[in-house]
Design a binder for this molecule. Structure first.
Ligand code: PLP
Length: 388
């Protein structure tokens, strides 16, 4: 059988944590494995759900919607993007998906031909490999640019070729928390425009943005569509609204894309082939009412500061994350899996970054209870002392 052989290291660690917590008590395990939002869902989500469920006809609430989503929601999303980023998107450019994962899978399935290459930048979300390979493509990872994890232009130019069909960026980034600067995006766009010219075919920029709203200290996330015409945004409401289990997000195809209509059709066709019928109907209505809402992300910033300051004071090294809810820390030995194992001996669940294309690092998810972070500090201290 083709599927099921490769394992998801994050999930494995999480499952280990579940067993361990049952053995020694939840409060004794420092679980930094999963990126499951930990701050309350905004009230407007609950209020909107209750209102829709009590006031509307159940058949209208729970029935099928059109495959790309309710027209009014698609229009509201396009208007929202236009207002925020000065774009000129239309409802027809929006395809409502079951979260970012479904959006990534549908876009790649829609545009890739067998053997096409998809470039991304390490560290990257491990599912890019799965979605690319399932679509017949090959993922090419540009090595990380340490220590700031911006874009290494020379390495990117070396990776791009006639086979390149798509480039995936993810900012704010999982796992580093880094937000790409305008300078990085401008350089990326220049190289991609030159490559399109040279090879005579479009190269799509797929901007995976589930953490777009999760930024701290007034940092801005530039809109990729304003830098590069062949851009598709993949967005998710999972993280900003703390609703990852509700499965809702969207793909937005830039109105400046020359092959805009073909790409919109390709997304629709690929989604169909992947078994998509429509994104959850109730959630589509809720999102339309709550498009402006965001969970209170100040709690993530507080967690980031405690963890970043605490770990750097102890002697760990990592880039200060401007966004998302992850800290990307250099392991204290070259084998990050071995380091993660040694963390387990102190009840620290730290995800080795090999599958993120960045061996030698570990990812810490700080979408957790603040008290757990504070309680975990002696364990981090004991761990670093083992290496002195
Ligand atoms: N892309 C990145 C970078 C992610 O971190 C995640 C989830 O953690 C996803 C996509 C998938 O998000 P969703 O829950 O919306 O499918």
């Amino acid at each position: 059988m083709k599927w099921g052989k490769s394992r998801n290291c994050i999930r494995e660690l999480f499952e280990y944590g579940t067993v361990r917590k049952a053995q020694i008590g939840v409060e004794n395990v420092y679980d930094f494995s999963l990126g499951n939002p930990s701050i309350p869902t905004p009230e407007c989500i609950k209020e909107s759900m209750i209102r829709i469920l009590t006031e509307q006809n159940p058949l209208a609430i729970h029935g099928y919607t059109s495959a790309p989503g309710r027209q009014s929601l698609r229009k509201a999303i396009a208007d929202d993007l236009n207002e925020k980023y000065g774009t000129a998107m239309e409802a027809g450019d929006i395809f409502v998906t079951c979260g970012a994962a479904a959006g990534l899978a549908a876009f790649l399935r829609g545009v890739l031909m067998p053997g096409d290459e998809v470039i991304t930048f390490a560290p990257f979300f491990p599912e890019y490999t799965v979605f690319t390979e399932a679509s017949g493509g090959v993922l090419v990872a540009v090595p990380p640019k340490e220590p700031d994890f911006q874009i290494d232009f020379a390495a990117f130019e070396a990776a791009i070729s006639e086979k390149t069909r798509c480039v995936i960026v993810n900012s704010p980034n999982n796992p580093s928390g880094v937000v790409l600067s305008s300078e990085s995006i401008r350089g990326l766009a220049e190289i991609m425009n030159a490559a399109q010219e040279k090879y005579g075919h479009p190269i799509y920029l797929l901007s995976d943005e589930p953490y777009r709203e999760l930024v701290y200290d007034g940092i801005e996330v530039p809109c990729m569509m304003n830098f590069y015409d062949n851009t598709v945004i993949c967005y998710s409401f999972s993280k900003a609204l703390s609703i990852p289990g509700e499965r809702i997000g969207y793909l937005a195809v830039s109105n400046k894309m020359a092959e805009r209509s073909e790409v919109n059709f390709a997304i629709a066709g690929a989604s169909r082939a992947l078994g998509h019928i429509n994104a959850p109907s109730l959630m589509q209505q809720v999102i339309e009412e709550c498009l402006d809402a965001t969970a209170d992300i100040s709690k993530y910033k507080e967690n980031r500061d405690i963890l970043y300051n605490g770990l750097t004071e102890l002697g760990y090294s990592c880039v200060k994350p401007d966004g998302a809810f992850y800290l990307f820390v250099k392991a204290l030995e070259s084998d990050s899996k071995a380091f993660s194992e040694r963390g387990k001996a102190h009840e620290l669940l730290l995800c080795p970054a090999d599958d993120f294309g960045c061996p030698g690092y570990i990812r810490i998810s700080y979408c957790v209870d603040k008290d757990m972070i504070i309680r975990s500090m002696p364990a981090f201290k004991a761990l670093i002392e083992e290496y002195k």
